[in-house]
Design a protein around this ligand. Structure first.
Ligand code: SAM
Length: 216
């Protein structure tokens, strides 16, 4: 299965995909340090340092399944409620990708983001603290794993990073780049949710293939 993993970070969503099926993953991340660490974590993947938004437009036809996790700060409720945070426009590239994938892409896709501070412009499937825009139905529970997170706008302690490192099975102290380490650690999707979503997509694709074979 050819998968495009956009805004790849450290591949929280991708971590358990090899347990689901044979995957050929292309990951796009523009932070060079994250891309380097992603490549170290998943040596078999193709890692591209580029703008994921543009890459989607240029390459979407090459894949069976696309996962996109655009940055969430401009949509997040925590940032909106934080009166000290600089005001910014919600980044509508999120909706550009959703509309583009839902109308042009023939495979299965998932766009993932936080629950925004406004009514989402396109209806989504809400699971836990996230919204998922997808062209297939997700199970009501994506993961049974639990973690108590400190509030998003507050910078987290060393212990909190340790807790997140255990949860994601990754040592975030390896990251020596320009972004805040605690922010990176909080960015990762729960790997069980990533696994459930890929399994669901494959289930849907298999059913569609059986139906088509029955027709002929
Ligand atoms: C929310 S995180 C993705 C988390 C990822 N799905 C996971 O589970 O590990 C978003 C990532 O996108 C990267 N990023 C932000 N804008 C980007 C862009 N235009 N192109 C590529 N990467 C970008 C950030 O550096 C960050 O690592």
């Amino acid at each position: 299965m050819k998968i495009l993993n956009l805004y790849a970070c450290l591949g929280g969503n991708r971590y358990k995909w090899d347990e689901v099926t044979d995957v050929e993953v292309t990951a796009v991340e523009w932070d060079e340090e994250l891309a380097r660490l992603y490549q170290e974590r998943f040596p078999q993947d193709t890692v591209i340092v580029a703008d994921a938004h543009q890459y989607l437009l240029d390459h979407y036809k090459e894949f069976d399944f696309i996962w996109s996790s655009p940055p969430c700060p401009s949509h997040s409720r925590a940032r909106f409620w934080n009166t000290k945070a600089k005001r910014i426009y919600p980044d509508l590239k999120l909706y550009e990708e959703i509309l583009f994938l839902s109308t042009h892409f023939l495979g299965k896709y998932v766009v993932e983001n936080v629950i925004p501070y406004y009514e989402p412009l396109v209806p989504a499937q809400k699971r836990g603290r996230h919204l998922y825009w997808s062209n297939f139905k997700l199970p009501s529970t994506l993961s049974h794993r639990k973690i108590k997170m400190v509030e998003e706008a507050v910078s987290v302690s060393f212990d909190e990073i340790k807790k997140l490192s255990n949860y994601h099975d990754y040592d975030f102290n390896k990251y020596k780049g320009k972004q805040r380490r605690d922010k990176i650690a909080r960015n990762l999707v729960d790997y069980e949710a990533g696994k459930t979503i890929l399994e669901t997509a494959i289930g849907v694709i298999t059913k569609q293939n059986v139906k088509q074979t029955e027709l002929f």
